[in-house]
Design a protein around this ligand. Structure first.
Ligand code: 0X9
Ligand code: ZN
Length: 304
């Protein structure tokens, strides 16, 4: 079977990433950005024409352990981008001007836990101040109104924000990498499931960001491209009003760091299978999402 037509465990994802970088050295390279709490290497695959590409787009997958379609999409994206470079005109144009920094699994320890112990685990696997409760919600641990509206300081709950902004080693490593690449990064996209939404900042306030009209226009166009394949319905809008208030999340942080095209996808489905999206849906989900991501990236290469 092809890559990402089934869900892959962490070991397979590592082997897949290394084989891509070895087989396509001019289009792909691996950077280790840090280590997970349990010490596993956090890998970013940089995909693009390293000679000509000046802009960067960051793709963050697997922040929530149980949302398996998210890492599957990052794998699909990287594989498909490389496969079609030099064949598909638009993909060639994209990779000639953009490096995609693909983080296939941000929450590695949690992801492994969903394979071995608890399929619906969400958080990382670091201890908390409460002995019997494990894990910080990594999408509440960013330094973006960290203890603002909806803040959860209960270590035993699913949305536990951690002891301080960036207290999770996974988030410390990721934010350091983003800061190092701020000059080139034009977009930051976070992939979750489920609900079929395309979100943009803010989640920590009802106020809309300065360029919200542009964000809305880009989101509208991306959703239109996505739906063109199988008629999948997506809703778009700010996190706060489209899903719920959420502080300390990745795309609010990346936006406030200056990455003005920060988006969050909530991929398929609408709740029927929810986090347990069947493998049969991986391919269509990835194909339609690819159209949306390409649409966003194309918009960006034609502007500063
Ligand atoms: O609560 C969250 O962190 C996200 N929903 S989820 O069910 N995937 O946990 C919503 C926050 C913003 N969403 C994205 N950035 N996609
Ligand atoms: Zn999520």
């Amino acid at each position: 079977k092809k890559v990402s037509t089934r869900y892959r465990e962490w070991k397979e994802i590592v082997m897949w990433a290394y084989s891509i970088s070895l087989n396509y050295p001019s289009l792909a390279s691996i950077v280790q950005i840090g280590n997970s709490y349990e010490g596993r290497p956090m890998l970013v695959l940089k995909i693009g024409n390293h000679k000509s590409a000046k802009k960067g787009v960051f793709l963050e997958c697997g922040i929530h352990a149980r949302e398996w379609i998210s890492p599957a999409f990052c794998q699909w994206f990287a594989t498909e981008a490389i496969r079609t470079y030099g064949k598909d005109k638009e993909m060639t144009r994209l990779l000639d001007s953009v490096i995609f920094h693909v983080l296939p699994v941000l929450n590695i320890d949690g992801y492994i836990w969903t394979w071995t112990n608890d399929r619906i685990w969400r958080k990382n696997r670091a201890p908390t101040p409460v002995d019997k409760c494990i894990g910080t919600d990594l999408n509440r641990n960013f330094n973006a109104s960290w203890n603002g509206i909806g803040f959860d300081d209960e270590p035993c709950s699913e949305g536990y924000a951690g002891t301080a902004p960036e207290s999770a080693p996974e988030i410390k490593a990721l934010t350091a990498y983003i800061r190092e690449n701020l000059q080139s990064l034009k977009s930051y996209i976070s992939f979750h499931s489920f609900s079929q939404l395309l979100l943009y900042p803010y989640g920590y306030t009802e106020e809309v960001p300065p360029n919200h009209e542009k964000l809305e226009q880009v989101a509208k166009s991306a959703v239109k491209a996505l739906s063109s394949l199988y008629n999948t319905t997506y809703t778009y809008g700010p996190i706060y009003t489209t899903i719920y208030p959420a502080c300390g999340s990745s795309i609010d942080w990346s936006y406030d760091e200056g990455i003005k095209y920060s988006f969050g996808f909530e991929l398929r489905d609408e709740g029927q299978y929810a986090f347990l999206l069947p493998e049969h849906d991986i391919e269509p989900t990835c194909k339609e999402t690819m159209l949306a991501v390409r649409n966003i990236a194309s918009y960006l290469i034609d502007r500063d």
